[in-house]
Design a protein around this ligand. Structure first.
Ligand SMILES: Nc1ncnc2c1ncn2[C@@H]1O[C@H](COP(=O)(O)OP(=O)(O)O)[C@@H](O)[C@H]1O
Ligand SMILES: [Mg+2]
Length: 262
């Protein structure tokens, strides 16, 4: 059984077809990367899966449960977490507070129990605090624990966003361009974390990424998209050597390059 299954998904904005009859699956435990020129529909696919966009056609299944029509706030509770291409954090809260919000979906206590601050609530708050500290250690964010997001460098904010997504122990992690704007050293850290999240934490990862060094390093499979439709899919080597993929990248004129040696 696939962890995620997307069937004939279509998303239109006026005359623009952002996602065009697209079908693919994400298998448990793999790192699957979506590549494609700007405007290929990659972020739209993430927005459809996380239910920020409503599909015009098609269906999405997670763990064999249909989620095509589910409200967005149910998604995290099912075990899907995501980051955004442009980071979306609570700007005036600290790193720790942001990561704690990521733990919030793990909450098993009721509003009434919170009102009376029961033992269970206190226990859960402690657990979330411990989980957040583990995450802070894992992502090397100790020195930023109490820093307010708005004052932090871009590279740190990107990492905090991944940390917050991981805090709820998702079964499926969606990473939208996790290394965009990061230095080579920061990108290399991200590659290590993705590896650890897959191999040690058992997470399944669906990623959008342009940095082909990172893509080759961490991906089990790649899907290449153009104009919302599937161009090629398979092993990294199969996809990156595919003539249609090479043509799509060379034809973009956006300055994106596939600077890779296989
Ligand atoms: N909210 C939106 N409103 C209008 N058009 C959109 C919206 N989101 C995406 N699009 C359009 O859909 C196409 C795919 O965009 P996107 O999914 O962001 O591509 P990618 O992430 O691959 O760069 C683009 O033509 C984009 O302009
Ligand atoms: Mg995008």
């Amino acid at each position: 059984m696939s962890l995620l299954k997307v069937n004939e998904l279509t998303m239109r904005f006026g005359g623009v077809v952002a996602v065009d009859q697209l079908s693919f699956s994400v298998e448990k435990g793999e790192v699957l990367t979506l590549i494609g020129p700007n405007g290929a529909g990659k972020s739209s696919i993430f927005n459809l899966i996380s239910r920020l966009y409503n599909a015009n056609h098609g269906s999405i299944y997670f763990n064999d449960t249909e989620i095509t029509q589910l409200p967005a706030h149910h998604i995290a509770g099912l075990g899907i977490a995501r980051t955004f291409q442009n980071t979306e954090l609570f700007e005036h809260a600290t790193v720790l507070q942001n990561i704690l919000t990521g733990c919030h979906v793990l909450r098993s206590t009721t509003a009434l129990q919170h009102l009376f601050f029961t033992k269970k609530v206190r226990h859960e708050a402690l657990e979330h605090r411990q989980r957040s500290e583990e995450i802070i250690d894992f992502f090397d964010l100790q020195s930023f624990r109490h820093s307010v997001i708005a004052g932090l460098p871009y590279g740190v904010r990107k990492v905090v966003e991944i940390a917050r997504a991981v805090a709820c122990r998702p079964a499926l992690l969606l990473l939208d361009e996790p290394t965009a704007g990061l230095s080579a050293e920061e990108s290399s850290d991200v590659a290590f974390w993705i590896d650890d999240l897959q191999k040690d934490a058992g997470m399944t990862i669906l990623m959008v990424e342009h940095n082909m060094d990172l893509v080759l390093r961490v991906s089990d499979r790649i899907i290449a998209l153009e104009d919302g439709a599937l161009l090629a899919s398979g092993s990294p080597q199969e996809v990156l050597e595919h003539p249609d993929v090479i043509a799509a990248y060379l034809g973009t004129g956006t300055g994106e390059q596939m600077d890779v040696t296989l």
